[in-house]
Design a protein around this ligand. Structure first.
Ligand code: ASP
Length: 583
């Protein structure tokens, strides 16, 4: 037996037991005639003692140990005179009687400790060593526990996990596909699935009734802190359900996870229609840990000679409580913040409502104290508050004001990582107009059902049609989204035609789906959660990378494997591929 106990198991109650441990040398230190070795495995750290006076040969052997050597130690459990209250095993140590080196180690490129000296790139290159660090490993342990809890919740409710293929056909809607050339079908390509959407719907046609899968999905998009080219979804679909049924089951799943994993009771999720989310927060994934909702004042500002507001389609503000004392410098900083190209506002107007009741604004030239008082009243602002105002075209300005709101929330410490505010955003528009391409795109995907009462508008006013679609949002993060699906082949055909597909194109791309709908498709709907986002939220991480065992870097590279990489000419020939690189 390599070991009888793990390095995290032993306590005072185990005194005098003869044990065998195996693990990695975290640290070895000499102290007089003694050598203390911290032996580490996944379960913890145990101190092992070698005593020169008791066994000098063994002690000499221990003196040679280096960091990260893999060793086996036999010995007896003893009480420590110098206890370490920070370690669960801190009250005991092992008096070694035998030491076997199972494998020596080169000196690792960074220290495998909480405060490591390794930079990001180095740790990514040696990810297998980084994963030995407790903080990184504990994120993956959390991920495992969450995935396990998801399976258990869904299994108890009759959901069946079904695997769907990874080599699929490329479809034109959605993000960019990763494609895979087919050797046996020269000139033809598979795509990696962006989600198992069509398969899960077909499983409903097959009568599977309740499906789920914890599954990798692939999207060739630009990367961000919360995006990886491959990511994991908790993908679910149900038959004979309405939106309400789905929201209930998956609100339940989320509450179950919070309780089981974090011991937190989450109350019933508020529901916020998309139009209200945009009006109040300028975002379809509002962070509702704090208020600071938008207040529109276009009507109060027009006709006073301030052309910038007069010509704007939208004038809106947020009220930052207690910020009237902001200095010129702080206000300039905020102005610079909204003028950054990523946000793109032209400027920022403010009104200070000083503690003594005086009003001071950056537009005093145009607005009298009475005018400003009208804005203050609408905002229900209190002395000491600061109004921050942006104007311009409606949607753009709402987006900019949303960024400013989040920034103010962060500056005021209102975005507490240990507080969780969950909600559903519902009633999304079915379609989104692309000004450049002059056509409608499905806001969610083309299989999402319009609200039955809005179907008559599909041809006349497509932009006004609302969908039976919903997103789950936690602390400003979209953790999941789904919809009730179209299950009637004519309606599906109509949807494709609104999206600009000719009948032939629709048939070529999605004929199998519309065909399937002719053979008794049940009403159905579903949802998919981003597991990586959910885990990073639970762990309080800033990037989803830290809860993925082997993530890609910001340029989509696996720096450990050095992928992507070139392949041999033979491989290319076999695939009938010719590479021409731009000069
Ligand atoms: N397949 C969808 C997505 O990946 C989720 C769903 O509609 O169930 O966003």
């Amino acid at each position: 037996m390599y070991r009888t106990k793990t390095c995290g198991a032993l306590r005072l109650t185990d005194l005098n037991q003869a044990v065998t441990l195996a693990g990695w040398v975290q640290k070895a230190r000499k102290f007089g005639g003694m050598i203390f070795v911290d032996l580490r495995d996944r379960y913890g750290i145990t101190q092992v003692v070698f005593n020169q006076d008791v066994n000098s040969g063994l002690c000499d052997q221990a003196a040679k140990l280096g960091r990260e050597w893999v060793v086996q130690v036999k010995g007896t459990v003893a009480e420590r005179s110098n206890k370490n209250p920070n370690l669960p095993t801190g009250e005991i140590e092992i008096i070694a009687t035998e030491l076997t080196t199972l494998n020596p180690s080169d000196t690792p490129p960074f220290t495998i400790e909480e405060d490591t000296d390794g930079g990001d790139d180095l740790r990514m290159k040696y990810r297998y060593l980084d994963l030995r660090r407790t903080s990184v490993r504990s994120n993956l342990e959390l991920r495992h526990r969450m995935a396990f809890a998801v399976r258990s919740y869904l299994n108890e409710r009759n959901f069946m996990e079904v695997e769907t293929p990874v080599l699929v056909g490329s479809t034109p809607e959605g993000a960019r596909d990763f494609i895979v050339p087919s050797r046996m079908n020269p000139g033809e390509f598979y795509a990696l699935p962006q989600s198992p959407q069509l398969f899960k719907q077909l499983l409903m046609v097959s009568g599977f009734d309740r499906y789920f899968q914890i599954v990798k999905c692939y999207r060739d998009e630009d990367l961000r802190a919360d995006r990886q080219p491959e990511f994991t979804q908790i993908d679910c679909e149900m038959s004979f359900v309405e939106q309400e049924d789905i929201l209930n089951i998956f609100e339940g799943l989320t509450q179950y996870l919070f309780k089981a994993i974090k011991g937190i009771d989450i109350p019933t999720f508020p529901r916020l229609p998309y139009a209200d989310a945009m009006r109040l927060y300028g975002s379809d994934k509002p962070d509702t840990r704090f208020g600071m909702q938008f207040i529109e004042i276009k009507d109060l500002t027009t006709g006073k000679g301030f052309g910038v507001f007069d010509s704007a389609g939208y004038v809106g503000m947020i009220c930052a409580e207690g910020c009237a004392s902001y200095t010129r410098k702080q206000l300039d900083e905020l102005t610079d913040y909204v003028k950054r190209p990523q946000i793109g506002a032209k400027g920022l107007v403010y009104v200070r409502y000083d503690a003594d009741g005086t009003l001071k604004s950056s537009v005093d030239k145009f607005y009298s104290p009475q005018d400003l008082q009208g804005w203050i009243d609408r905002a229900k602002a209190q002395p000491g508050d600061l109004l921050l105002i942006l104007c311009g075209e409606v949607e753009k300005t709402q987006k900019q004001l949303s960024e400013l709101r989040l920034e103010m929330g962060a500056r005021l410490g209102l975005r507490n990582k240990n507080q969780f505010n969950c909600l559903w955003v519902t009633d999304f528009p079915l379609l989104e107009y692309d000004e450049e391409l002059k056509r409608y795109f499905a806001k969610h995907h083309p299989f999402t059902s319009p609200k039955p009462e809005d179907i008559p508008l599909l041809e006349s006013r497509p932009g006004d049609v609302r969908a039976n679609a919903y997103d789950m949002v936690i602390n400003g993060v979209e953790v999941g989204g789904g919809s009730i699906r179209i299950y009637n082949s004519e309606l599906q055909q109509k949807m494709f035609s609104v999206l600009g597909f000719s009948e032939e194109q629709a048939q070529a791309q999605f004929g199998f789906l519309m065909n399937a709908f002719k053979y008794g498709a049940p009403p159905h709907g579903g949802i998919a959660f981003g597991l990586d986002r959910l885990v990073s939220l639970f762990a309080g991480l800033d990037s989803i990378r830290d809860c993925i065992a082997f993530p890609k870097n910001n340029s989509g590279r696996d720096v450990m494997f050095d992928a992507p990489s070139t392949v041999s000419q033979e491989q290319l020939d076999e695939l009938h591929l010719k590479i021409t690189l731009p000069l």
